[in-house]
Each structure stands twice: as structure tokens, then as C-alpha cells.
Design a protein around this ligand. Structure first.
Ligand code: GUN
Ligand code: ZN
Length: 470
């Protein structure tokens, strides 16, 4: 790929800030340029007028008056729920799973259906500018093959693993396997797809995760075997992903049911090797720098600090939490624990594919928290959740997530002219005389106002991705 110059208003977070330092890491370059080298790496990010002479002969893509943002990272999204957003089941998490999701996911048993879903799923990701994602996979190996193949063909980044279930209600029967098959299928998926595109986990776009659906969908025997398996593949850079502390509806909530089923002190203990009664150790921990726990709405302080200590990340999914009535993750308390937090759509638990819509929901739910817990998030914190924090959660912050020189060029072009309401607010909205406040206002307006129509182009490693299969 020849060297490329992209022009537009650049926003990104430079360096390796914590979410609490995001505001001071925010870079805004209104007349900005990104220069990308032959191998898809960023060699320059700065003002257009400062492009080094060596690069001035490169081909120019002029996206002005558009914006250049790091590609969005979705740290929790369900491939087998591609057609199941907005499903109505008349209940919260556990009823919704039984009435809507298990039947929807069972349809992926059909190979043609699963292939069609893989194409649709990749279409949605390119359209939403989601360049990297932790994808909760289908129970069916052929559906995972379709997902990885299509993802590779389209040039997206992915971490995914088949959803493991070894127990559950009748409605989940098509998704449940024996204990032995569960472990065998995970091993086969790792051997087949982990870094399959380049053969090297440091350069791969395709990665595999070990993904038990949640503790209620597996047994102590499964958790023990998964711990052994994970110990044996950690050094290959394999990931771990599941749900944690999502719904605590009194009487029928997932949190209480899990603690009662396992007779443990905390839900996290079940993933931390302490899944026997009284939180006694029964196997290896599944936590670590390549582990992401979705939701984590109702965590005890000890759970948050254990995740922080092990480098485990939280995938924050406020659109889903509203859709399923799961409550609000306490923002200040979660941040104070030091755990890394990133954004997730949780589609189809959430009804939105677009990470900026998740960021908008985060702003709205956290400003609405009661009393002193209510907080007006800084737009740089929102950008962190949707970009750099996601790259960190995937343990690939050294590769993408911002526009620092040397990173792989994952970015989106946002063209406000494609969304009249966004264009109007960016053009006529009040801006402060203080330049820092003014660019904060512009970034906030942008993140709140982006819709799928606004995403004009999506790039991974400097390569523009086709909106539909070529
Ligand atoms: N917990 C277990 N399975 C699921 C699922 O499919 N979606 C959500 N949101 N939570 C879960
Ligand atoms: Zn989920």
C-alpha cells in the first residue's frame, strides 16, 4: 500500500492515560493530517502545515470538513444475536435469555443462516466504524468458522470464542454440549483460528477467546477444566471473556442465583478459581490482562479491586443495561478501583451497534446517578471508553487505539454532512471563547451526534474497508 495522507479534524488521546487523565491527553487538530506508511502504520499525526517534506508527495485523501477519530472498539458484542436486537420477551435478563436469545441463537445451527449472519454482522461493524471487537461467539463451530472467515475477508480485527454452555434450561438445549465436547471444541477453535491470519499473535487481526456464557450456564467441572485449558494457552495470548454481575433483580436476578448455585461469596470468585462452596479454590483463575468482564454493574469493592489487581477489564454496556433494566454501573466507584473500563454495545442485549451511542448513554446514565455519585463525564473520558480504553482491554494498546506514531492506523472518517442534525449543531452550536472548552464542546457534540450515516469511511491498518462484501 503506498504512503497515504488523510486530512481532517483530528481528535485522539495521546500516550497511555488512565481514564481519569483522559482530558489532559486529548489532542484536537482542526486542520490535521495523518500520514500512513506502506505497512499501515502512522508515521505522522499533526497539523497539515507541518507534514514533513518527505511525505508531501504521498497520495492525499481530503476528508475535510470531516473528522478523523481512532477506530471504535466494542469490547462486548454477541455475534449470534445479530438479528435479535430489540427482542421483546417481557422480562429482564434471565427471562429474556430463555424467551428470546436461546431460540435466536439456536437458529445458527443452520450453516446457510450462520453464513448470512456473519456477512450481516461484518456489514454492521464496518458501517458503525467498529474496527476491533471482543465478540461473544456462537455455540456452533461452523458459525464461528463463518465469522472468522468473513472477518478476515473484510479486514476487521476480532477476538472471539464459541459461547460455552454445559447446563441450562430446556430452551438452551441446542446450545449445550457435554463437558468433554465443550473443552475439545474450545481447543479446536484456538488451534484453528488464533492468529490464523499471520501466524504471529503480535501481528494478527484474528484472535480467540475462551468464552463461557456466564457462570449459570456452566458447572464447577467446566470451570475447572477451562482453568486448566486457559493455563495451557495463556502464553499464546488467548483471551477470556464472560458476563459478570449484570442483573440483581430481587428473587430472580442473575447475581443472587449465581451466588446461591455456587454458594460463593462473590460472583467474580467463580471466574477466579474459587468456585467451590465458601469460595474455596477449585481450580485456576481465568482473570488477567486479556480478560474482559461484561457489565460488572453490581460489583462488591473486593471484586473491583481484584479485577484491577489482575489487569482484568470491565466492558461497560449502558445501552444494554437500560434495555434489560440491569441498573447503572456506579461510575465513580468503579473508576476509583483502578480497573480499566471500556465500552461495549452488548448487541442484542443492547439495541445499538454504534459505540458513540453507547458513549452518549454512558453520559446520560452517569449524570443521573443519585446524589454525589452523579457526574458529568468529560468528552475525553467518553472518547477513552470507545477507543483507547478498548484497545487496552484487548491488551493491544501498543498496536492501536490512538494516533501516536508507530501505531497501526485504525480510524474512522466522520463526515457531518451525511447527518444534517450533526452538521447543524457543529456549525451553529455555541462555542466558548476559551479554546480548550471550545474543542471539548465540539468533541462532545460530535460523540453525541454521530449516527451510522455519519461514518463515511472505516480503516484498519491503513486499509479502507468495503461497506458490503466485494
Ligand atoms: N448473560 C448470559 N448470557 C447473556 C447474553 O446473551 N446477554 C447478556 N446481556 N447477558 C447475558
Ligand atoms: Zn452480553
Amino acid at each position: 500500500m503506498p504512503r497515504q495522507v488523510h486530512l481532517g479534524h483530528v481528535f485522539h488521546l495521546t500516550g497511555t492515560p488512565l481514564v481519569t487523565d483522559a482530558a489532559s491527553a486529548l489532542v484536537s487538530i482542526p486542520d490535521g493530517a495523518l500520514v500512513i506508511d506502506d505497512d499501515g502504520r502512522i508515521v505522522f499525526c499533526g497539523a497539515r502545515g507541518d507534514i514533513p517534506a518527505d511525505y508531501r508527495s504521498a497520495a492525499v485523501s481530503d476528508h475535510r470538513p470531516g473528522f478523523l477519530l481512532p477506530g471504535f472498539v466494542d469490547t462486548h458484542v454477541h455475534f449470534p444475536q445479530t438479528y435479535a436486537g430489540d427482542s421483546y420477551g417481557g422480562g429482564q435478563l434471565l427471562e429474556w435469555l430463555t424467551m428470546c436469545m436461546y431460540p435466536s441463537e439456536s437458529r445458527y445451527a443452520g450453516a446457510v443462516f450462520a453464513q448470512r449472519a456473519a456477512v450481516e454482522y461484518c456489514n454492521r461493524r464496518v458501517a458503525a466504524g467498529t474496527t476491533a471487537a471482543m465478540v461473544f461467539g456462537s455455540a456452533f463451530p461452523h458459525a464461528q468458522d463463518a465469522l472468522f472467515s468473513e472477518t478476515q475477508r473484510r479486514g476487521l480485527r476480532i477476538v472471539s470464542g464459541r459461547g460455552i454452555q454445559t447446563t441450562g434450561p430446556d430452551a438452551a438445549a441446542p446450545l449445550i454440549t457435554s463437558e468433554d465436547d465443550a473443552i475439545r471444541l474450545v481447543r479446536e477453535e484456538i488451534d484453528k483460528w488464533h492468529a490464523a491470519d499471520t501466524g504471529d499473535v503480535k501481528t494478527a487481526l484474528l484472535h480467540v477467546a475462551v468464552v463461557p456464557r456466564f457462570s449459570l450456564a456452566v458447572t464447577t467441572q467446566t470451570l475447572k477444566a477451562l482453568g486448566e485449558l486457559y493455563d495451557s494457552v495463556r502464553d499464546r495470548g488467548v483471551y477470556f471473556h464472560s458476563h459478570l454481575n449484570e442483573n440483581n433483580r430481587p428473587g430472580t436476578g442473575e447475581v443472587d442465583e449465581t451466588k446461591e448455585a455456587y454458594r460463593v461469596n462473590s460472583y467474580l470468585d467463580t471466574y477466579d478459581g474459587k468456585f467451590l462452596p465458601g469460595s474455596t479454590v477449585g481450580g485456576s483463575s481465568l482473570l488477567g490482562r486479556r480478560s474482559i468482564m461484561a457489565h460488572s454493574v453490581h460489583c462488591q469493592d473486593a471484586e473491583l479491586s481484584r479485577m484491577a489487581e489482575t489487569g482484568t477489564s470491565v466492558s461497560h454496556c449502558p445501552v444494554s443495561q437500560q434495555f434489560l433494566g440491569s441498573g447503572t454501573m456506579p461510575w465513580l466507584r468503579t473508576v476509583a478501583s483502578g480497573v480499566n473500563i471500556a465500552a461495549g454495545t452488548d448487541f442484542g442485549g443492547g439495541d445499538e451497534w454504534l459505540i458513540p451511542q453507547v458513549l452518549g448513554a454512558a453520559f446520560k446514565v452517569h449524570i443521573s446517578e443519585p446524589g454525589a455519585a452523579g457526574v458529568s463525564m468529560h468528552p475525553a473520558e467518553l472518547l477513552f471508553l470507545g477507543t483507547l480504553g478498548g484497545a487496552r482491554a484487548l491488551d493491544m494498546e501498543d498496536r492501536f487505539g490512538n494516533f501516536d506514531v508507530g501505531k497501526e492506523a485504525d480510524f474512522v472518517v466522520v463526515d457531518p454532512r451525511r447527518t444534517p442534525a450533526l452538521e447543524a449543531s457543529l456549525t451553529y452550536g455555541v462555542r466558548s471563547a476559551d479554546p480548550v472548552m471550545a474543542h471539548d464542546q465540539t468533541l462532545f457534540g460530535l460523540l453525541m451526534g454521530i449516527r451510522e450515516t455519519s461514518i463515511a469511511e472505516t480503516y484498519v491498518r491503513g486499509r479502507r474497508l468495503a461497506a458490503t462484501p466485494e
